[in-house]
Design a protein around this ligand. Structure first.
Ligand SMILES: NC(=O)c1ccc[n+]([C@@H]2O[C@H](COP(=O)([O-])OP(=O)(O)OC[C@H]3O[C@@H](n4cnc5c(N)ncnc54)[C@H](O)[C@@H]3O)[C@@H](O)[C@H]2O)c1
Length: 250
């Protein structure tokens, strides 16, 4: 007897797949039977079963070509996980120019989702189904802790925009059977937070901000993404799933 996997027969496009939450989604979704197209601005190193395409989410021409290439190989795009993202700490290496950093954070975190979603939604409309999952953040819901950053940090506003983009898109495409949801993780142990957590006292402060007393793991966020990607969440759209160890419940 063969056991049914949760994403059997589905095709999933995952951005920001080289690291952290995106990489965990690649592994988990693949184990659950999905065909994966992993994309990242950096080169990836998954096994041969995973299709890996280097692509920058901020480049419209690259996104358009990416979607065309996927459709040559697969007949549908059922799932899109928008995990590519940057913080003010890693948006542009070697610069202190706060306006350039602001622009790049907004460009990757917000416009990147807009660009990929624009092309994927056209495909999903013809299929009359699809699930889009946007990685927002608790920082789109509450203010960034004053102990950790500057008041003019572009990251929280970029994630607030992702939540609003999610709701608006969800409203507009529900009629085509397309669901759009956001996930708001708390602080997760990935490359993104490494520069903060290498300082042990900062790590302790961050852990203490979560009632569960620890940071989250990328796999714990990927599990939430799997639920939103699968048919188990068939009546959920426009939602904002907190995966934050109680951070925003305080
Ligand atoms: N780690 C956390 O604490 C945390 C918390 C809340 C939300 N998030 C969000 O989750 C998502 C994934 O974060 P992560 O922790 O896995 O980060 P990460 O830094 O480990 O991975 C992000 C990936 O995105 C890729 N990327 C960056 N710019 C890109 C571009 N222009 N085009 C394509 N790929 C690009 C990077 O190369 C990297 O592989 C991000 O949107 C992030 O903002 C992370």
């Amino acid at each position: 007897m063969t056991s049914q996997k949760r994403l059997d027969g589905k095709t999933a496009l995952i951005t920001g797949a080289n690291s952290g939450i995106g990489a965990s989604c690649v592994k988990l979704f693949s184990a659950q039977g999905a065909n994966i197209i992993a994309t990242d601005i950096d080169r990836m190193n998954f096994n041969n079963e995973i299709i890996q395409i280097q692509s920058d989410v901020t480049k419209s021409d690259e996104a358009k070509k990416l979607i065309n290439d996927i459709l040559i190989r697969f007949k549908s795009i059922d799932i899109l996980v928008n995990s590519a993202g940057v913080t003010s700490r890693n948006a542009i290496p070697d610069t202190n120019n706060d306006e350039e950093i602001w622009d790049r954070v907004m460009e990757v975190n917000v416009k990147g989702i807009f660009i990929i979603s624009k092309y994927v939604i056209e495909v999903m409309k013809t299929q009359k189904q699809g699930s889009i999952i946007n990685l927002a953040s608790i920082m789109g819901v509450v203010g960034y802790p004053e102990t950790l950053g500057t008041p003019l940090n572009p990251y929280p506003p970029s994630k607030g925009a992702v939540i609003q983009l999610t709701k608006t898109l969800a409203n507009h495409v529900a009629q085509y059977g397309i669901r759009v949801n956001a996930i708001c993780p708390g602080f997760i142990e990935t490359n993104m937070t490494k520069s903060l957590t290498k300082n042990q006292s900062t790590k302790k402060i961050i852990e203490g901000l979560h009632p569960m007393g620890r940071m989250g793991k990328a796999e714990e966020v990927a599990n939430a993404a799997l639920f939103l990607a699968s048919d188990e969440s068939s009546f959920i759209t426009g939602s904002n799933l907190l995966v934050d160890g109680g951070y925003t419940a305080k």
